[in-house]
Write a protein of this length. Structure first.
Lengths: 386, 354
């Protein structure tokens, strides 16, 4: 079976390095202008509309999409470079990142032409924010238990029900959601769900922010009460959303954001331990860097396969499983290694401010976008165990 | 992988499958499989893969040789194939021709030093030298007043105390007491003991990654056969998740090792990129060996703990190979020191450059 597991040593092509320099220069300028603070990971979710638009002007949103929709027809590997540089700099990408990674590609594949022509160019310009409506109060990892109903009516569908844990819904212009259009069948419990595009300004939608343990409220409860969604906003096959979900997952699961979420604590650990750490500190740094390097090479390898038109679903799930567990443990390993830092003779001020935040963020990393348990189930299926 | 690389690796795999099948080896208590295997490998030119035709070898590429080592790992091969390849490679660095037969390299640990004396002889002690007892010749990297030299030494001229690694393969202590080498030449500029250790570490990483792939195969197969509580144990979620983790560790090891091999194959020398890639491979593969071996045994239960079952051929070698050419903790300290010396803000540019 392992013959099927492939992680070829794919390297980013030369043109990516030119682009990397451009992205670093752009970010340095933004930092110098005070758009965001690279030492403040909390700011990554901040709303900085001007930033999104400037990223759009550079052509770094919708990079891989056709030019006719505002895209730039650049390679998936080039997009990879932009993503990782933005993430490492703690740039405020949240407003456009979901649309760029997931929602845009879904629209490209399933939306009618006039909707594509309307929305995709605006995503590319950094003007619109998307949220993803999957989870419900009684349907989390078990996606196919979703109950929020889309009932056919004149000129569209009436939506009734509640989505929950919906990131960015309070600021999003649109949501891509799955709603129940038919009951599941005996033979196929996945049957009966349809993917929809929802304009968040539609009457009958109420967004209630939910406080998170970090003190922020960036996910929400979204209540639908007779919200009318037009017919042409149903994406793809009616009752067949389950067929559409899986191929996008490889993109969603294997990117640099799946292991770099808490990266800043490693940088700050190196800063705090100084240029000549003791054996314990050096060993700790060495192991963490070896693990980080390995994950990045795995992630780049999957990106290379996606670029080549393959669908490495199992490999992508492995990257997210290992990557998210790593970025979750990282703040705690860093805390261990920083335990003997000399308080008066060390550059540890930034570490002190970012480490508590990283430890608070850590628990969600193995939950969002497919839990560790779900991922291991997918890997097990790929191994031929189920 | 290039087409030619496939051919060399396929040749190796075919020989291993025919003459070194784990089941057959495990039943052969006298080690009668070794001589025919070595003969076939020699006929195919594999032990001297990394030696040019001008120095008596088959002149395969570094990438092809790394592919062979991965295959050797998958079959948990316990003859000095990797060692002879490394020895031939080391000798070729100084344009010394390779002799026939089994070889090994010394030193095999970053802590040991062999010194070149003024009269051209060698002195020093190398511990944990793999297969030294089985080797006819030893390729030695010696330090002297004029820098590093590469030497070819008749193993019979050295004092060799036999030892065993975790998998009961030879791991011997070799003492050089004013041993006159058969040939000695200066190492190329910039080539030092770290270069040899990094190359050895990558070889071992590829072997560990290969043997992890087999552990995963064997464990998946077993879980799909074994019935407990009236169903195949592969249907239990706890078992599935353990095997998914084993797949993850295997994937990490495969990636780290092949990336390091690819880096050395395409590098002009042993630069920072090679240092990061090679040390990361050894560290991550060693970590994967520990976690992977534990899971493979857990899935197998008691049967995997028997001498009769082949699992130990893989798990014990994966664990044993961690010790050669630098313990992973040693490399972690060395890598950590370099990262710290470069400074916090240079870490990401280094990682991103790979």
């Amino acid at each position: 079976m392992t013959a099927a597991l492939r992680f070829d040593p794919i390297r980013l092509p030369r043109e990516c390095e030119t682009l990397r320099k451009e992205v670093r220069a752009f970010l340095a300028e933004e930092i110098a202008n005070g758009t965001f603070d690279p030492h403040s990971p909390q700011g990554g979710d901040r709303d900085v509309p001007g930033f999104s638009k400037r990223v759009g002007e550079r052509g770094w949103i919708g990079m891989t999409w056709p030019k006719k929709y505002g895209g730039h027809e650049r390679s998936f590997l080039e997009r990879y470079v932009v993503t990782e540089e933005m993430r490492v700099a703690n740039a405020p990408t949240r407003r456009f990142f979901v649309a760029d990674r997931q929602s845009g590609p879904v629209l490209l594949k399933y939306a009618p032409e006039h909707i594509k022509m309307d929305i995709l160019p605006r995503i590319c310009r950094g003007e619109v924010c998307f949220s993803i409506g999957m989870s419900e109060p009684n349907s989390g990892s078990d996606l196919f238990a979703a109950k929020t109903k889309a009932t056919k009516t004149d000129g569209g569908f009436l939506i009734n029900g509640t989505k929950i844990w919906t990131s960015s819904a309070h600021v999003a212009n649109y949501m891509l959601a799955i709603f129940r259009t038919s009951p599941p069948t005996k033979e196929n419990r996945r049957h009966g769900l349809t993917q929809f595009l929802v304009d968040m300004k539609t009457p009958g939608i109420k967004v209630n922010p939910i406080g998170q343990l970090t003190g922020k409220a960036e996910f929400n409860e979204v209540v639908f009460q007779d919200a009318l969604v037009p017919d042409d906003h149903a994406l793809g096959e009616i009752d067949g959303a389950w067929k559409q979900a899986t191929s996008e997952l490889a993109y969603e699961r294997s990117g640099p954001e799946r292991f770099l979420e808490t990266y800043y604590v490693l940088t700050e650990l190196v800063r705090a331990l100084g240029d000549a750490p003791d054996a314990r500190g050096a060993e700790g740094i060495g192991r963490l860097v070896a693990q980080l390097h390995t994950m990045r090479r795995m992630s780049v390898s999957v990106a290379g396969m996606l670029h080549a038109g393959k669908e490495p679903v199992v490999e992508a799930s492995i990257v997210k499983d290992i990557g998210t567990v790593w970025e979750q443990q990282l703040p705690h390993r860093v805390r261990d290694l920083a335990a003997f830092v000399e308080p008066d003779a060390s550059n540890h001020e930034i570490l002190d401010t970012v480490l508590p935040y990283a430890m608070k963020v850590a628990p969600k990393l193995t939950i969002q976008g497919g839990t560790t348990e779900v991922l291991r189930g997918i890997i097990a299926r790929g191994l031929g165990l189920r | 992988m290039a087409e030619s690389e496939n051919i060399v690796v396929e040749t190796a795999e075919k020989i291993f499958a025919d003459l070194a099948d784990a089941q057959t080896i495990n039943r052969d208590k006298k080690g009668e499989w070794k001589a025919p295997l070595w003969r076939a490998l020699t006929e195919a030119g594999l032990p001297l893969s990394w030696v040019g035709e001008d120095c008596g070898g088959s002149g395969a590429s570094l990438a092809e040789g790394f592919g062979v080592l991965g295959a050797a790992g998958r079959f948990a091969i316990a003859v000095p194939l990797a060692e002879t390849m490394l020895a031939g490679w080391l000798l070729a660095q100084a344009k010394i021709s390779s002799p026939d037969g089994e070889m090994t390299v010394a030193p095999a640990s970053p802590k040991d030093r062999i010194t070149g004396n003024a009269d051209g002889s060698l002195s020093g002690r190398a511990r944990g030298v793999p297969f030294a007892k089985a080797a006819r010749h030893i390729a030695v990297l010696a330090s002297g007043s004029g820098g590093f030299s590469v030497a070819l030494v008749d193993a019979a001229k050295c004092r060799i105390e036999a030892g065993l690694n975790l998998a009961s393969d030879g791991s011997d202590t070799v003492t050089f007491d004013h041993v006159q080498p058969i040939a000695i030449k200066p190492a190329p500029k910039g080539f030092d003991q770290t270069s040899l250790m990094l190359m050895g570490a990558v070889a071992r990483s590829l072997q560990i990654a290969g043997t992890l792939q087999s552990m995963l195969d064997i464990s998946v197969r077993y879980a799909n056969e074994r019935v407990a509580f009236e169903k195949k144990i592969s249907k239990f979620q706890a078992v599935q998740h353990n095997l998914a983790r084993l797949a993850g560790e295997t994937a990490a090891a495969m990636t780290a090792a092949s990336s390091a091999g690819d880096t050395i194959a395409n590098a002009a020398g042993f630069d920072d990129a090679v240092f990061l890639e090679a040390t990361a491979a050894k560290i991550r593969c060693a970590e994967a060996a520990e976690k992977g071996a534990a899971i493979a045994h857990q899935v197998h239960g008691a049967i995997g703990y028997t001498l009769e079952h082949i699992l130990h051929r893989h798990t014990l070698r994966a664990l044993a190979w961690r010790d050669d050419f630098g313990h992973e903790s040693y490399w972690a300290v060395e890598l950590g020191k370099r990262i710290a010396a470069r400074g916090a803000d240079e870490l990401w540019p280094l990682v991103a450059s790979r």
